[in-house]
Design a protein around this ligand. Sequence first.
Ligand SMILES: *[C@@H]1O[C@H](CO)[C@@H](O)[C@H](O)[C@H]1NC(C)=O
Ligand SMILES: *[C@@H]1O[C@H](CO)[C@@H](O)[C@H](O)[C@H]1NC(C)=O
Length: 446
Amino acid sequence: MEKWKNLRRKFFFLSIGIFIFVVVVVIFPGPDEAIPNPIRNLRRGPNSCPLETSDKTITPLKNTKHLLVSAYMDQRVNGFDIRIISIFRRDSIQPLQCLFCCAGQVSNTTTPAKIHEHSDNFGFPFATTDVMCQIPQTCRATHVSLLSQLDSVEVSSQIWLPIRNQKTKGKEEELQYDFTVCISNLFEFNNALQYAQTLEMYRLLGVGRVVIYNTSCGPDLDRLLQSYSKEGFVEMVSWPITQYMNPSRGWLFSMYGGDIHYFGQLATLNECIYRSMDRSRYVLLHDIDEIIMPYQHNSLKPLMDILQQQHPKVGVFFIEKHIYPKKPFEESKSGLLPKWRGVPSFNILERIYKWVPDGKAEYKLIVQPRMVEQTSVHLVLEKFGEEFKIPPELCHIIHAPLSTHTVQPLEKIQLDTRLWDFNDKLIPNVKNVLRRAGLLRSESKT
Ligand SMILES: *[C@@H]1O[C@H](CO)[C@@H](O)[C@H](O)[C@H]1NC(C)=O
Ligand SMILES: *[C@@H]1O[C@H](CO)[C@@H](O)[C@H](O)[C@H]1NC(C)=O
């Protein structure tokens, strides 16, 4: 305004006229659209967005100690539209504001974030946290970002998270998969044979997609999983948690120390539920050494169809875990099984003796993702539907751990060759995937 007044004072009317002419013609062009691109960009100025988008699964939140994982559309909780799955440092939680990118423009207003820390932190300094945001009216939001009080001025340097699950929800029958398995936190291992056998077993049981959160892995397993993810059965999600903190290898802070429960497993399980919400009818939450095995059906679908018919309001199913330890195994019987020599790890088909359940059951979960708000490992923390424990004779988990701490007397061990019912298909399928991944190098030598 000063400039204009000076000009006026100096009676440079002609200059003003020319100046206004330029402004009007260049900045407010007529309908003939004869304007060059660079000027259109100038007009958008610093309010255009998103300038910087995070394509990572872990994004540090500026000026805080927290990490953002991913943002999902979620209108199931009254008054909120978006849930940002995050990992927050519990002792330094501050108020946050949600900022939006609305069809290419930064929203002219922020909304207060509701910070909802998950209750199961097991004493660790970091915990899975949901940040809930409301989208301002008239904003067609594509990206979201969070502001702490400190950085509220530097809006233009925000890192934006894309808002996923934006498409209007299809009907249940139109979902892409019946079953998705979420495997959290792969690190360091090279157990290629176990992975190949277990993944092929999942496939025979009707699983359509396996999501694996990968911190690091050994060379043979890497080849196998690259091959699976090229094919599309496996979705690898990079999980570089070690770059941001010192994750614990245990589940309890007082025993194991570290920054977060078991490599951030809880954040990945929750992320996987939201990732699967618009595409999978059920999500199975368990580890790679576990197989949810139906005992009266040949696959998961007929089992779940019947259970769901009997219990229409149930969205969370508990499956009892039974342990199939490393020993004992009769060597005479192993002659019947293929060897796959040279492929690292153990043969799950040798796990045919199980410990008789002692009444202290542990459970894992099959959930309908759209009925779950927050999950833990053995139970769901916040949900919309009811729960049901599947009787173990109908379905239980074959848990084949790498090793077990105790040895059971023989009278507490039962023979169970249920896995062998699938051998006719399983053995050739495993051979094929190992060959495809180039892991059967020893095949030609023997
Ligand atoms: C923000 O923009 C909307 C739509 O363009 C407008 O209606 C509203 O008044 C603006 N709010 C503020 C605080 O400027
Ligand atoms: C798993 O992560 C490690 C470390 O980033 C990477 O080197 C490896 O290629 C990844 N494997 C797969 C199958 O994505």
